[in-house]
Design a protein around this ligand. Structure first.
Ligand code: 5GP
Ligand code: ZN
Length: 155
């Protein structure tokens, strides 16, 4: 096993509150969330930067980020929107060299809370937060047939 913390999370060797996983992807709560429900979507196989990522996998990562943003609206988090951000490379302030898409739920008029969260980055009841996102995912329409793998999970 390499010394990548996100690879260790995938392998179950480092703790994280997982929100979703399938054969190729994993999504878990950011340990220092900017807002409640701040989630990271990663490929299970190590890729440091976009340069190392297969384009199809990039599309899958975005598709799951899209679903998580919708889940934050439909589930108990009652989000009104989301910031989806991917910092590619140290030049772009990427700090963990395993590619990840940030999905950060937003609420109307949350500018002050967002700015505070950006500075403090404190966890918000991870178990309840992950359950709210899970309920939101369950409330979504199943992915289109063309978007599913054999198990019926988003591919
Ligand atoms: P970056 O700046 O690379 O785009 O974002 C890295 C993110 O990973 C940060 O938001 C940081 O809080 C999060 N992070 C770093 N280490 C861990 C960890 O061990 N567990 C979890 N869940 N998140 C982490
Ligand atoms: Zn890794």
């Amino acid at each position: 096993m390499n010394d990548c913390v996100f690879c260790r999370i995938v392998a179950g060797e480092a703790l994280a509150t997982k929100v979703y996983e399938d054969d190729t992807l994993c999504a878990f709560l950011d340990i220092r969330p900017i807002a409640r429900g701040h989630t990271l979507v990663i490929p299970k196989s190590h890729a440091a930067e976009l340069d190392d990522l297969a384009p199809d996998l990039g599309a899958r990562i975005f598709r799951l980020g899209h679903r998580l943003a919708l889940a934050a609206r439909r589930g108990g988090l009652s989000a009104d929107g989301a910031n989806l951000v991917l910092n590619d490379g140290r030049a772009a302030f990427q700090t963990v060299p395993h590619i990840h898409l940030h999905v950060i739920p937003r609420r109307r008029g949350d500018t002050f809370a967002f700015a505070k969260g950006f500075l403090l980055r404190r966890p918000h009841d991870p178990i309840a937060t992950a359950a709210a996102l899970g309920a939101g995912l369950a409330a979504l329409d199943p992915p289109d047939a063309g978007d599913t793998d054999r198990e019926g999970t988003p591919s």
